[in-house]
Design a protein around this ligand. Structure first.
Ligand SMILES: [Zn+2]
Length: 280
C-alpha cells in the first residue's frame, strides 16, 4: 500500500514552499491545526521574531532541535534534502568528490528504494546519511501511532541499507509539533533543522541561489540545500542548474575561509546549538 498518496494543499515556510502539494494517506490524515504561538509569531516583525526565538531558546533548549553548532572552529554543515535524485545527485557527488568535501544527505526512503545505487555511492564516498522520511509527508499531518511506526520503520530500513546507525532526522517542510518531536526522539533520532538556505526550491539563476545561500552564512551554521525536488504533480520541474549553484556556494564558502563538512562533524568539533523549532 502506498502510504503517500492523497494530496493536501499546503503553503508554508522553508523547504515547504516547494511542496504545495504535500501528500498524505487519507486514513492517517487529519487537518493541520495552526497553533496559537504560530499565529502570534506571524504578527511579529523579523526582529521581533528573532528576539522571541532567542528568549524561547534560553528556556526551551531541552526540547530544542539542532540548528547549528557553537565553537565549531570554521566549519559549516552542508545538508541536502529530498534525494537521492538521478538527475542531480550523481553530478553533485562528482562535485563533492572533486573538492574532497563531505556532506549530510537527508534522504527519503521511498527514493532510496528506487535508487539504491546512489545511496551506496554516498556511503562509499564518505558522506553522512540521515533520514528525511519514508516520503515527503508533513509529520504534523500524520497521527501519533502511524508516525511512530513509520519513523521507526524508515530508520530501520535506512540503517539496513547503509549498514550503520542513523542519528538524525529532518522533518519535511520543517513541520514539527511537540508531539512529533518526542516521537522522533523516542525513535532514537535527533532532530536537525537549518539556518541559512539557498531557496533552491524556487526557479532562479544559479548565481542568485548561491548568493542567497551565502548571504548570512557563518561558522557553525547548517546550510539547507536540495538535491531532490518534491514538486507537486502538475507544477513545472526546476530547470535551473542546481549543481552549478552548489559549485558557486562551495567556492564562496572556501573563499570566506570556512570549511564545509557534515552535521556530525560540526557538533562533535564544537557543541550542538539547539532551538525551539515548532511550526505547523
Ligand atoms: Zn524536504
Amino acid at each position: 500500500m502506498n502510504r503517500c498518496r492523497t494530496r493536501v494543499n499546503d503553503k508554508s515556510v522553508g523547504d515547504a514552499t516547494v511542496d504545495t502539494g504535500n501528500v498524505v494517506e487519507k486514513s492517517v490524515q487529519f487537518r493541520t491545526r495552526v497553533p496559537l504561538v504560530w499565529k502570534l509569531r506571524s504578527r511579529l516583525s523579523q526582529n521581533g521574531r528573532r528576539r522571541a526565538r532567542r528568549l524561547a531558546d534560553r528556556f526551551l533548549w531541552p526540547i530544542g532541535s539542532i540548528n547549528g553548532a557553537v565553537n565549531s572552529s570554521n566549519a559549516v554543515a552542508l545538508t541536502f534534502d529530498d534525494g537521492p535524485d538521478p538527475s542531480v545527485t550523481p553530478r553533485l557527488l562528482d562535485l563533492l568528490g572533486r573538492r574532497s568535501v563531505r556532506a549530510t544527505f537527508f534522504l527519503l526512503t521511498n527514493k532510496v528504494t528506487l535508487y539504491p545505487g546512489l545511496l551506496r555511492r554516498m556511503v562509499d564516498e564518505g558522506h553522512e546519511i540521515a533520514l528525511h522520511g519514508d516520503c515527503h509527508d508533513r509529520f504534523t499531518s500524520v497521527q501519533f501511532c502511524a508516525l511512530s511506526l513509520r519513523l521507526r520503520r524508515a530508520k530501520r530500513d535506512l540503517e539496513g541499507a547503509v549498514g550503520g546507525k542513523i542519528r538524525f532526522v529532518r522533518p519535511p517542510f520543517g513541520a514539527q509539533s511537540l508531539t512529533t518531536y518526542f516521537i522522533a526522539r523516542a525513535s532514537g533520532l535527533d532532530v536537525v533543522v537549518w539556518g541559512p538556505h539557498a531557496e533552491d526550491w524556487v526557479s532562479q539563476s544559479p548565481e542568485s541561489a548561491a548568493a542567497r545561500g551565502l548571504r548570512d552564512l557563518q561558522a557553525g551554521d547548517i546550510l539547507l540545500l536540495h538535491d531532490g525536488s518534491e514538486r507537486p504533480a502538475g507544477e513545472p520541474v526546476l530547470t535551473f542548474d542546481r549543481v552549478r549553484s552548489f559549485e558557486l556556494i562551495l567556492d564562496g564558502i572556501l573563499h570566506a575561509g570556512l570549511r564545509p563538512t557534515t552535521v556530525s562533524e560540526i557538533i562533535e568539533t564544537g557543541k550542538a546549538r539547539r532551538t525551539a523549532w515548532f511550526r505547523p
